[in-house]
Design a protein around this ligand. Structure first.
Ligand SMILES: CC(C)(COP(=O)(O)OP(=O)(O)OC[C@H]1O[C@@H](n2cnc3c(N)ncnc32)[C@H](O)[C@@H]1OP(=O)(O)O)[C@@H](O)C(=O)NCCC(=O)NCCS
Length: 143
C-alpha cells in the first residue's frame, strides 16, 4: 500500500476569502453551526486580521482578530477542519496571529475558549483576570 502523502499546508492573511468556504468550517463547530453566509460576509468586512490555513485552495484552518492595533486584541473563531486536526495547524494559526507584524505593539491578547489546555501551551493564562460574557441568547431565555 502506498504511504499516505501529508498535505502541504500554506498560511495567508486574507479577508476577502469565500464566506462559503468559511461556513464549511464553522458548520463543524457547535458554537458556529447556525451562522449564515450574509452574516459571515459582514463579519469578515469588520474583522481586522484574518489568518487562513490552506490545503491547495481548500480552507482548512482559520482564526481572526479584532483590535485597536496598540493596546488590546481579541482572538475569535479559531477553527481547524476536523480532517486536518492534530497536525499543528491550530497552533500555527494562533502563533501567526501573536507574531503578526501589525500586532507587534499589542500588550494583551484576549480570548474565550472551551479548550484552555490548547491555549496554555501557547502561553495564554487564565490566572490573570476574570473574563465575563454577556450572552444575548441566554438573556432572552430568562426574560
Ligand atoms: C481547537 C482547534 C482549533 C485545535 O486545532 P488543531 O489544528 O487540532 O491544533 P494543533 O494540532 O495545533 O493542536 C491540537 C492537539 O494536537 C496535538 N498535535 C499537534 N501536532 C501533532 C502531531 N503532529 N501529531 C500528533 N498530535 C499533534 C497538540 O499537541 C494538541 O494536543 P491537545 O489535543 O492535547 O491540545 C481544533 O481542535 C478545532 O477547530 N476545534 C473545534 C473548534 C474549537 O473548539 N475551537 C476553539 C475555539 S476557542
Amino acid at each position: 500500500m502506498p504511504p499516505t502523502l501529508k498535505p502541504v499546508i500554506t498560511f495567508s492573511e486574507k479577508k476577502d476569502l469565500s464566506a462559503a468556504q468559511l461556513l464549511r468550517l464553522f458548520h463543524q463547530a457547535p458554537w458556529a453551526k447556525h451562522r449564515t453566509i450574509e452574516d459571515a460576509k459582514e463579519m469578515l468586512r469588520h474583522t481586522d486580521v484574518a489568518l487562513c490555513a490552506w490545503d491547495g485552495d481548500l480552507l482548512v484552518g482559520f482564526g481572526r482578530v479584532l483590535t485597536d492595533f496598540v493596546y488590546r486584541a481579541t482572538i475569535w473563531d479559531v477553527i481547524v477542519d476536523k480532517a486536518y486536526q492534530k497536525q499543528g495547524i491550530g497552533t500555527a494559526v494562533v502563533q501567526r496571529i501573536l507574531d503578526h507584524p501589525r500586532l507587534k505593539k499589542i500588550e494583551l491578547f484576549w480570548l474565550c475558549t472551551r479548550r484552555p489546555g490548547f491555549y496554555e501551551r501557547l502561553g495564554f493564562s487564565s490566572q490573570e483576570q476574570t473574563g465575563m460574557v454577556w450572552s444575548r441568547n441566554k438573556q432572552a431565555r430568562t426574560e
